[in-house]
Design a binder for this molecule. Structure first.
Ligand SMILES: [Cu+2]
Length: 319
């Protein structure tokens, strides 16, 4: 067997494993049974658009800048703004979107080192441009995810890198933990994600030692959970079990999610919840599968994206 044959055999093996493991990319609400979502390791490449909002049903969401004819394009914007458009299969900016979770567009950003997470909701102009006060809070290479459903199409999450010039001290991924604090709230996590199968993750919110039992609905739920995979920022957006006002879902302190991560490895979880008329984001590092600890992320050096007047500032496109 020559080297090329060996290599392609190896690649095929990998493709089959990945095809099976990546059955779910974008998990919305209670997930479908595992058997249903990972059935087709053998027909990878069909682009089955029927389930998941991720790539071609075998990739997690957010890894591609262009998919099924839709492309995410950052565009020029004044300082302090971030602007982009989605072009459709006809090459024109998409102007019509479905409302999902109260909004037609969810824009999520995080630096490549998984710091700086923000989840915001841009406004759509008549020309198909989405604009929002820039959520890019400082220097670094950011991943921007546009999570949307074009009218007449399937849910999609596209991702693009945006560089904000300046000096960024490299930062390792925080160690795995099951409790954290944010804005005076303590949040604990029970349950652990397991690759390739649905796991229940329960997040509990307390304040001053007392459970919070009057969480406020935010975008139609008591919590939104985004998971980003260390290494490539594969994106999962999970909604909790139960809906506010359904008569059986308590307003805290616990919010439970059914999540399926696509592979072993480290993930950063971001829980958005609303209380006291403000949205708070609790962050956790978790490790799925049989790994003791996340691989080190950042070199012990400082990155300095090249300052380049007029280019690379938030919201400035390069076209
Ligand atoms: Cu949103």
């Amino acid at each position: 067997m020559n080297t090329a044959t060996k290599l392609s055999g190896f690649a095929l093996g990998l493709a089959a494993v990945f095809g099976a493991a990546y059955g779910i990319g974008h998990v919305a609400g209670p997930v479908a049974p595992t058997a249903e979502t990972r059935h087709d390791a053998t027909d990878a490449g069909h682009g089955d658009q029927g389930h998941t909002g991720g790539a071609d049903a075998h990739l997690p969401g957010g890894l591609l800048v262009s998919e099924r004819g839709y492309t995410l394009q950052p565009t020029a914007a004044p300082d302090g703004q971030f602007a982009f458009r989605i072009t459709g299969p006809d090459g024109r900016p998409v102007a019509r979107y479905e409302v999902a979770h109260d909004k037609r567009m969810h824009l999520i950003v995080a630096r490549r080192d998984l710091s700086g997470f923000r989840h915001v909701h841009p406004e759509l102009a008549d020309d198909g441009t989405w604009r929002v006060a820039s959520p890019l809070a400082g220097p670094g290479v950011w991943r921007a995810f546009a999570d949307f459903t074009p009218t007449g199409g399937e849910p999609l999450t596209l991702g693009v890198d945006v560089t904000v010039p300046g000096t960024l001290a490299a930062r390792p991924l925080p160690a795995p933990a099951t409790s954290t604090t944010v804005d005076g709230y303590a949040v604990t996590l029970t349950g652990a994600p397991e690759p390739g199968r649905t796991s229940r993750l329960t997040l509990s919110v307390s304040r001053d030692g007392r459970p919070v039992t009057d969480l406020q609905p935010y975008l139609g739920a008591y919590g939104h959970l985004v998971a980003l995979r260390q290494g490539d920022l594969a994106y999962l957006h999970v909604h909790p079990e139960g809906t506010p006002g359904d008569g059986r879902t308590p307003a805290g302190p616990a919010v439970t999610f059914a999540a399926e991560v696509p592979s072993a490895g480290a993930y950063r979880l971001y829980l958005d919840f609303r209380h006291g008329d403000a949205v708070h984001t609790a962050e956790f590092t978790v490790v799925a599968g049989d790994q003791a600890a996340p691989a080190p992320t950042a070199p012990a050096t400082t990155t300095t994206p090249t300052p380049d007047a007029g280019h690379g500032t938030p919201g400035h496109g390069h076209s």
